[in-house]
Design a protein around this ligand. Structure first.
Ligand SMILES: Nc1ccn([C@@H]2O[C@H](COP(=O)(O)OP(=O)(O)OP(=O)(O)O)[C@@H](O)[C@H]2O)c(=O)n1
Ligand SMILES: C[C@](O)(CO)[C@H](O)COP(=O)(O)O
Length: 234
């Protein structure tokens, strides 16, 4: 039997950098809310058995409405998020009930995810225990110190940008996130929690299209990519 896989979708951030009047996950992308695009790809992915959505306090009912309206079948829970993304992921993972071999975590604000990338990430986590989708950095990266003075230029060959999804064998992730909490370590992504314990983390080559809606221009780009995809489909 295939490993049971639960997807955790953190969507409980404040979206401050987006500077919008509503949570960025509710903004429209090609006529449908950003979060619905994200959830649909997971819902339609054969390797994903359940989806748990993490919502900001007070917004749970708004998501519930969308889940019903857009018929997201695999959603088994909506849990309330925490202050930092890691706290939200923790609440999501703790709410898993019953068997779970693989947990896959994906930002609600990355609506351009594809099934292919989900499948590759799950397969990589089955192989090594932990996997992260990354793309090679395109620009030259400088380390900058006080008074905006360049300290050094990093070797770009070694630099990759982390995206989501990030997937794990369940036991490995629980140990890593519990340990991070005990040590008051706050990571800006999920695999960093496994890295700090010396775990093996496999990189899955991602796509520059799998962008996170972070600032207003990201939505313009996402619209263009989504419009092109829709045109190609039919
Ligand atoms: N406490 C938090 C913070 C973030 N997220 C989610 O994690 C994903 C990645 O976070 P990011 O896009 O950086 O969102 P925000 O933290 O909302 O953005 P900002 O820093 O601009 O406020 C988003 O889908 C966001 O909703 C979350 O569930 N809980
Ligand atoms: C996890 C993540 O998507 C990896 O790029 C990202 O770190 C989360 O968002 P933030 O911009 O760091 O808040």
């Amino acid at each position: 039997m295939a490993d049971k896989c639960v997807a955790i979708i953190p969507a409980a951030g404040q979206g401050k950098r987006m500077n919008a009047s509503v949570n960025k996950q509710f903004l429209s992308l090609q006529g449908m809310p950003v979060i619905v695009h994200t959830l649909r790809v997971f819902d339609e992915c054969a390797a994903v058995d359940e989806i748990i959505l993490v919502a900001a306090a007070g917004e749970e009912h708004l998501y519930r409405k969308l889940i019903t309206e857009y018929e997201i079948r695999k959603l088994t829970g909506i849990v309330t998020g925490g202050r930092e993304r890691q706290d939200s992921v923790y609440n999501g993972v703790l709410s898993i009930r019953g068997d779970c071999e693989i947990v896959i975590i994906h930002d609600g604000a990355r609506p351009l995810i594809t099934q292919d990338l989900i499948l590759k990430t799950i397969a990589a986590a089955q192989e090594t225990g932990a996997a992260v989708v990354c793309v090679p950095v395109k620009d030259t990266i400088k380390v900058v110190g006080e008074n905006q003075r360049v300290k050094k230029t990093l070797d770009r060959q070694l630099l990759w940008q982390a995206q989501t999804p990030q997937a794990f064998r369940y036991g490995i992730f629980i140990e890593a996130i519990e340990s991070a909490r005990a040590d008051r370590f706050m990571g800006t992504d999920d695999t960093s929690l496994v890295e700090r314990l010396g775990g093996d983390v496999k990189v899955v080559l991602g796509s520059y299209e799998n962008l996170k809606i972070t600032t207003p221009e990201d939505l313009i780009l996402a619209e263009a990519i989504m419009a092109r995809r829709n045109k190609q489909c039919g």
